[in-house]
Structures are given as structure tokens and as C-alpha cells.
Design a protein around this ligand. Structure first.
Ligand SMILES: Cc1cc2nc3c(=O)[nH]c(=O)nc-3n(C[C@H](O)[C@H](O)[C@H](O)COP(=O)(O)OP(=O)(O)OC[C@H]3O[C@@H](n4cnc5c(N)ncnc54)[C@H](O)[C@@H]3O)c2cc1C
Length: 551
């Protein structure tokens, strides 16, 4: 069927309303305002900037720790402290070493865990506030619209096609069928966050990968209201050790917010050997440590969520420019995995992209050559300075925590160079070892008070998708799941998915992989961690997904 799509044309199309995309939009609108006020030619308009966001609200898909380094926000909105929803300044930064039953605070908090001068924030609230400023600046923000496909033009991109709405689960149009729009733009900025679905297409199509493939972690988070006096606002702790085994990379966080609210979570690198490892169960087990039990006792779970994050750093930054296109924020690997900080780098990369686009619009030239000033700007900014110091950090841990600590000690005294520079990495899914007939482990059930099973947690993520639509989780060859994957790895999708989406079942006519896509919290773990790389996460009908209010 040929679909007649309505076409809209913008100067700039930004895909994703996270910190990166919104910073890009706001900074560009501000530059345009000044340019026009000074009588600059050609006259430009903020109304010709479009931002697309798949979430039902701005901020609905934002999940972060989050401790924010405020320096980029201070450049973007100089008086941000007056109106931004900053929860609380950090008052104490601790590093805790856990064994099964004890915890020890390290006498000196290592520099990567020091957070004085930073704020504990809800990224979802912060992004919602930023979205308001962007709209007030005249930019067109389209919520509940996902970029589904790229429009390729020249040797790059010329826009995106948004998802079709009103298609039933068999792919047939319903009464409310509306074909996706073809949104054309002089420059399209991909700000989709971690494992962007369009970014993935573009990086593959134009071979933009750097020397290392991107590596990822998964972060699993719960927000709790606890009994008064259990945690001071601004107390932040990172935990090392139990229950994360020494052959894995990961740890926990505990961040005190105001009003007896606490953000707890765990990040784990998606490059472990055991395909039956269950990150959600590891997080729940961590909560049974006496330190957390005491903190959470008598408290209440408020929200749950999970999201992947790019760990690869400097040597995994793809080429960030093509004809008519830029890649920013987490999609561009601008995250410091040593400090677990990406918010300020996402904002800064958005601002540098805005300056690049502004110059290109004035020159009337949006070719790759003109847009290639973006990586030069990144090189000259603190993004490079920060990421260069840790350019070999995450790769050092690919063979476990102990090897990692040795490497990072050398990196610390050599400005990031260490023993091997550049240190190569391989994609995380290549680390799985076959199960050799090992039976499936028992699933984590939880006690319903302190610990929860995945479905209870998904309920607390506020996730909603219309059931009557095609699955947005596309498994390209189900035979592989039934045969090769079942035998070699025992279908790891049923373990790594923190939202109980994948369910292998034996039916009368054989193996079936049930895909409960309505549970999907958009973490992208399946797209990343599938051993055969046959799962494609694509945007569902706009508005579907989690509701990370307050996260
Ligand atoms: C568990 C966890 C803890 C973290 N803790 C911290 C911390 O404490 N401090 C810190 O500084 N950083 C932290 N980070 C990292 C930080 O959250 C990210 O670096 C930052 O959010 C990146 O911003 P972004 O705009 O690039 O992407 P995102 O914040 O992910 O925003 C991308 C947006 O694009 C939308 N989108 C994606 N694809 C499409 C599409 N095709 N069409 C339309 N919309 C789309 C998404 O819905 C989303 O709203 C953490 C991350 C995680 C996962």
C-alpha cells in the first residue's frame, strides 16, 4: 500500500526532548532572537525549530539518578537557580563498601564519587521545566510523536517520518488511522538518548562507528518515600561490592531528596558472561542489605523504572555529523561513565550543536563539511576534557572489577592513558558463555514490601501502551529464539528485560516467544543485549511507554 503522507518543512528538526534536545532548541532559539534583534540576515525564526518527543508528556521518559553538575545549565539559563526544580544541593558524598551483612564507608571518598557543588534532581521534573522554556521561546514541540524512519538525502539525512497512528495489532488501519508525517528539515538533530533507534539506523547506514562499538549498562531505579529522619536531603552514597560479583561491573546508589524521598538504584554493565543473570533480581537482592533494609523499613515504593546508558565514552563516539544531520547527548556517547554523569554533557553538546546549526543556517549551507565544526567545538570544550581523562576507563572493567581497578590506578596518574591507549572493547553481548544445559533458575518473587517481582515494579512505572497495535519490539527471526538461542543461552531476553516483556513458552505446537510489549519501559536493553542482535526496538504509537513522573 502506498501511503500518502503529509509533509511539513522546518529549518531544524530535533528528535528527542531530553536535556540534549531541549538545550539545543533553547540555545538556538536564543541565538536566533539576538540575531534578528541585531537586524541579522537572513532573518530566522524559532517557529521553524521542531522538537519531537515520543513520551506522552515532556519528561515522561526521563529516568536518571540524578546528581547534576550544574555548569552547563548555568550557561544555558544563567539564572536557573531562581526557577529550576532543583531538589537539593549535595551535602555529603559517601562511598560504601558492601559485604553481605556489613557496610564500610571508605575513609576518603574517591574523587569520582565526590559531588559537592552538584544538585540531586529529578531529571523528569527538570526536563519538564526546560520544555516549558523551549515552548515559551516559540519552538514547536510535538509530544506523542516518535521518529520512526529517517529520510535519507544527499549523503546524510533530510528529516524523519513519524510513526503511523491507529494501526491494529495485525498491521491493519483502524478507524482512527493517521499516516505518519514526513518532516523535512535543513538539519535534523538526533537527540534520542541511549541506543537511539534512528541513530542506530544512521550509524549503520553511514558506517559512523568509532574504533570501539558502544558499550552499555542498565540502570534500575526505585523512588521511595521513607520514614522521617532516615536520610538527610543531599546525602549521596555509591555502593561497591555485594551483591555484584567481582567478574561484573556495577554498583548501587542512594540519593537523599527533600521530603523524605530517596532515589535508589543499581547500574550494571551489559557485558556479563552468565546469560541467565537477572539484573532486576540483583537490584532487588541489593535492597535486602541491612543498610538498605533499615533505610526503607516502613517506607513506600513510589515509582520504578529502568533505562540503559552508554558507557563507551570517547572512543565510542560515532561520527556526529553527516549532510543535514548531527548526533548529540547520549546518542552521541557524551557520558562520563566513571562519574555516572551525562546530564551536563548532554546539555553542553546540545548547545554546541545549536551554535553549529545557527552558523549553517546563516550560511545557507547544511552540508557535512559545514556541520563538521560540531566535533571541533566538542574538542575545544570541557566535554573533551572530561571524557579524555576517562577514555579508557570503562574498557578496563570488561574483564572484571579487579583488573579494572589496576588499570584505572595507572590511568589516574597518566591523565587517562593508562597501560594501553586506546584500549579496545568488544560489544557486551559477545561476553555470554553457553549454558550447557543448565536448568532455568527460579525467578525472583519478592516479599511485596521491600522487594518486588518485575510485574509489580512495572505497575509502578506508570507504563501504558495501546494493546491493539503492532509490537514495537521486532524479533527478526523467531526460529533463532526457538532453536539456537534456547539451546546455547537459554533465551537471555527473559532474564535481562527488567519489565517481563519476553516470555518463552512451550505450547502444543512447540516453542513460542510471547512478547508482552505493553510492559515495555523503553530501556532498550533487548536491542542491546540480545546475543544474536535480532531484536529491533522501534518507536511504538506516540504517547506509549512509561510515566516517570518525579524520577
Ligand atoms: C540509571 C541512570 C542513572 C543516571 N544517573 C545520572 C546522574 O546521576 N547524573 C548525570 O549527570 N547523569 C546520569 N545519567 C545519565 C543521564 O541521565 C543522561 O546522560 C542524559 O539523560 C542524556 O540526555 P539525552 O537528552 O541525551 O537523552 P535522554 O535523557 O534519554 O532523552 C532522550 C529523549 O528522546 C526521546 N526519544 C528517543 N527516541 C525518540 C524518537 N525516535 N522519537 C521521538 N522521541 C524520542 C526519549 O523519549 C527521551 O525523552 C544516568 C542515566 C541512567 C540511565
Amino acid at each position: 500500500m502506498t501511503v500518502q503522507r503529509e509533509q511539513l518543512e522546518a529549518d531544524v528538526l530535533i528528535v528527542g526532548a531530553g536535556p540534549a534536545g531541549l538545550a539545543c532548541a533553547l540555545h538556538l532559539a536564543n541565538l536566533i532572537k539576538k540575531h534578528n534583534a541585531a537586524g541579522g540576515k537572513p532573518e530566522l525564526s524559532a517557529e521553524n525549530i521542531y522538537v519531537l518527543e515520543k513520551g506522552r508528556e515532556i519528561g515522561a521518559h526521563q529516568l536518571s539518578g540524578a546528581i547534576m553538575n550544574p555548569k552547563a545549565l548555568a550557561e544555558l539559563v544563567p539564572d536557573f537557580e531562581k526557577t529550576a526544580p532543583l531538589d537539593t544541593p549535595v551535602t555529603d558524598s559517601a562511598a560504601l563498601l558492601f559485604t553481605r551483612n556489613s557496610s564500610m564507608r571508605l575513609p576518603i571518598t574517591p574523587p569520582p564519587f565526590q559531588n559537592r557543588g552538584n544538585y540531586v534532581v529529578s531529571l523528569s521534573k527538570l526536563v519538564k521545566w526546560l520544555g516549558g522554556l523551549v515552548e515559551a521561546a516559540g519552538v514547536n514541540v510535538f509530544k506523542e510523536f516518535g521518529g520512526r524512519e529517517l529520510v535519507y538525502e544527499r549523503d546524510g539525512i533530510g528529516g524523519v517520518i513519524t510513526e503511523d497512528k491507529g494501526v491494529d495489532k495485525n498491521g491493519k488501519p483502524k478507524d482512527n488511522y493517521t499516516p505518519g508525517y514526513e518532516l523535512k528539515a535543513k538539519v535534523t538533530v538526533l537527540a534520542e538518548g541511549t541506543r537511539g533507534s534512528l541513530t542506530k539506523q544512521l550509524v549503520a547506514a553511514k558506517k559512523l562507528d568509532n574504533i570501539n562499538p558502544q558499550s552499555y549498562g542498565i540502570g534500575i531505579k526505585e523512588l521511595w518515600d521513607v520514614q522521617p529522619g532516615r536520610i538527610a536531603p543531599g546525602y549521596v552514597a555509591h555502593t561497591l561490592g555485594w551483591p555484584v560479583s567481582t567478574d561484573m561491573y556495577g554498583g548501587g546508589w542512594i540519593y537523599g531528596l527533600s521530603n523524605n524521598r530517596v532515589s535508589i538504584g543499581m547500574v550494571l554493565a551489559l557485558e556479563y558472561a552468565d546469560p541467565q543473570f537477572d539484573p532486576h533480581a540483583a537490584f532487588q537482592t541489593w535492597k535486602t542489605h541491612p543498610f538498605l533494609k533499615k533505610l526503607l523499613d516502613g517506607g513506600k515504593l513510589v515509582r520504578y523504572g529502568a533505562k540503559s546508558l552508554p558507557y563507551g565514552g570517547w572512543y565510542a563516539i560515532p561520527r556526529t555529523y553527516v549532510d543535514g544531520g548531527l548526533i548529540i547527548g547520549d546518542s552521541g556517547s557524551f557520558l562520563d561513565s566513571q562519574r555516572l554523569k551525562g546530564i551536563h554533557l548532554a546539555i553542553k553538546s546540545g548547545m554546541l550543536a545549536a551554535e553549529t546549526v545557527f552558523e549553517a543556517l546563516k550560511a545557507g549551507d547544511t552540508s557535512a563539511k559545514t556541520l563538521s565544526t560540531f566535533p571541533s567545538k566538542v574538542e575545544q570544550s570541557y566535554i573533551k576534557k572530561e571524557l579524555w581523562q576517562v577514555r579508557n576507563f570503562h574498557q578496563s572493567f570488561q574483564h572484571g572489577m579487579l583488573a579494572g581497578f589496576v588499570h584505572t590506578a595507572f590511568q589516574q596518574i597518566t591523565g587517562g592513558r593508562g597501560l594501553i591507549d586506546p584500549m579496545r572493547a568488544e560489544a557486551g553481548y559477545k561476553h555470554y558463555k553457553p549454558i550447557h544445559g543448565r536448568p532455568a533458575p527460579e525467578r525472583f518473587k519478592g516479599d511485596g514490601k521491600l522487594t518486588f517481582d518485575r510485574l509489580t515494579d512495572v505497575y509502578h512505572s506508570g507504563t501504558r501502551h495501546n494493546d491493539d497495535q503492532p509490537s514495537h519490539l521486532i524479533v527478526r527471526d523467531l526460529n533463532v529464539c526457538a532453536t539456537q538461542c534456547a539451546e546455547e543461552y537459554g533465551n537471555p531476553c527473559q532474564y535481562f528485560c527488567p519489565a517481563a516483556v519476553y516470555e518463552p513458552v512451550q505450547e502444543k505446537d512447540g516453542f513460542k516467544l510471547r512478547i508482552n510489549f505493553a510492559n515495555c519501559v523503553h530501556c532498550k536493553t533487548c536491542d542491546i543485549a540480545d546475543p544474536y542482535q535480532i531484536i529491533d526496538w522501534v518507536v511504538p504509537e506516540g504517547g506509549g511507554g512509561p510515566n516517570y513522573e518525579g524520577m
